[in-house]
Ligand binder design. Structure first.
Ligand code: NAD
Ligand code: AHE
Ligand code: ZN
Length: 370
């Protein structure tokens, strides 16, 4: 079949809207009509050439929602007409990782996914006979996409696509980092670095679990108002401040340091600040941000010797097929907000504007509606 898609032909070039050829689903795969997709900073990071796994030409996008239109042989858990959210972290429930009960990082198809291919080692997308690669196993910047059955979460049908697509990455990552990875307890002091599409979800997760201080740090001062809308109690404007100055402010606000800190910037210097503003003896810092290829983190080992913990999270520690439908319920039941964070709704033809708005710090989330 044919599908309209925004294709990343090359790094650092705008996406091009073209009509691609799409092969139908093979065994264990499903064809999904994507109804809406968010634009996450990770898409921009890959497009800008910072992803060591970046492959071109490819169809980016990993934060979608849509409807199953066709299933391949052997598919039993979804049927045509089901509403689904594509999962860049699948859940096979059979691999060592899934069975461990210790991680959400299913390994069943990770190797081929990282090469931009379906589990059988081929791509379903092509353009004028040339292979176009998948991205993060999702490729939601295409109106139709093919996904492994284990990489879709079936969701309730009354959830609007335009907002629930954000649960495909940003909402689940931010809220999950608090609830599932850090397991922040009521009364804890929390610091969030980077109040964008992910960081604001960390804030609302911290508010939901009853955190005490919820401190936001950003270099864009307009983010103070955004943070306060979702439960931020204090703002530290990071512009022009060095690590020591920011740590001093956080320590003063928290009587000695944060119980939990989160990096949602992807900046490795900020990651160090986030660790070092944690409380001596127990403070835990969670890395959410994705750093540019080649970047490394560092700190004095003494920071860890004296009890601070450095951890990371992917997709908020959520198991996609199990947890995503529950997070959709939280949204539909009003436990978490999504609508106010979607600042721009665009047509596919306007998708490059979504990237420009993100880079200019003018959007929280842009959503493309097909
Ligand atoms: P975004 O562009 O919406 O937000 C980033 C925010 O960080 C902005 O408000 C920006 O002003 C702020 N910022 C930038 N530099 C800063 C600094 N030095 N100090 C303080 N604040 C600073 O991006 P997003 O979509 O929220 O994504 C945030 C990060 O999370 C990205 O690195 C993205 O790749 C990553 N991410 C990771 C996962 C995961 O599963 N681990 C999931 C989604 C996104
Ligand atoms: N490809 C990059 C790593 C990118 C990365 O860490 N991705 C996160 C999700 S970001 C969503 O916006 C993730 O899920 N990581 C776990 C995984 O298996 O990719 C690189 O550095 O090569
Ligand atoms: Zn993302």
């Amino acid at each position: 079949m044919k599908t309209r898609a925004a294709v990343a032909f090359e790094a650092k070039k705008p996406l091009e809207i073209v009509e691609l050829d799409l092969e139908g689903p093979k065994a264990g795969e499903v064809l999904v009509e994507i109804m809406a997709t968010g634009i996450c900073h990770t898409d921009a990071y890959t497009l800008d050439g910072f992803d060591s796994e970046g492959i071109f030409p490819s169809v980016l996008g990993h934060e979608g929602a849509g409807v199953v239109r066709e299933v391949g042989p052997g598919v039993t858990s979804v049927k045509p007409g089901d509403h689904v959210i594509p999962l860049y972290t699948p859940e096979c429930r059979q691999c060592k990782s899934c069975l461990s009960g210790k991680t959400n990082l299913c390994t069943a198809i990770r190797a081929t996914q990282g090469k931009g291919l379906m589990p059988d080692g081929t791509s379903r997308f092509s353009y004028k006979g040339q292979t176009i690669y998948h991205y993060m196993g999702c490729s939601t910047f295409s109106n139709f996409t093919v996904l492994p059955e284990i990489a879709v979460a079936k969701i309730r049908e009354d959830a609007p696509f335009e907002t629930s697509c954000y649960i495909g990455c940003g909402v689940t990552t931010g809220v999950g980092a608090v609830v599932k990875t850090a397991k922040v307890e009521p009364g804890a002091n929390v610091v969030v670095f980077g109040l964008g599409g992910i960081g604001l979800n960390v804030i609302q997760g911290a508010k939901m679990v009853g955190a005490n201080k919820i401190i936001g740090v950003d270099i864009n001062s307009s983010r103070e108002e955004w943070g306060r809308k979702f439960g931020m109690t204090d703002f530290v404007d990071g512009r022009g401040k060095d690590r020591a100055a920011i740590i001093e402010e956080v320590i003063a606000l928290t009587d000695g340091g944060a119980d939990y800190s989160f990096d949602a910037t992807g900046n490795t210097e900020v990651m160090r600040t986030a660790l070092e503003c944690c409380h001596r003896g127990w403070g835990t810092s969670i890395i959410i941000g994705v750093a540019e290829a080649g970047k490394e983190i560092s700190t004095r080992p003494f920071q860890l010797v004296t009890g601070r913990n450095w951890r990371g999270t992917a997709f908020g520690g959520a198991k996609g097929r199990t947890d995503v439908p529950k997070i959709v319920d939280w949204y539909m039941d009003g436990k978490i907000a999504i609508d106010p964070m979607i600042t721009h709704v665009l047509k596919l033809e306007e998708i490059n504007k979504g990237f420009d708005l993100m880079h200019a710090g003018e959007s929280i989330r842009s959503v493309v509606v097909y």
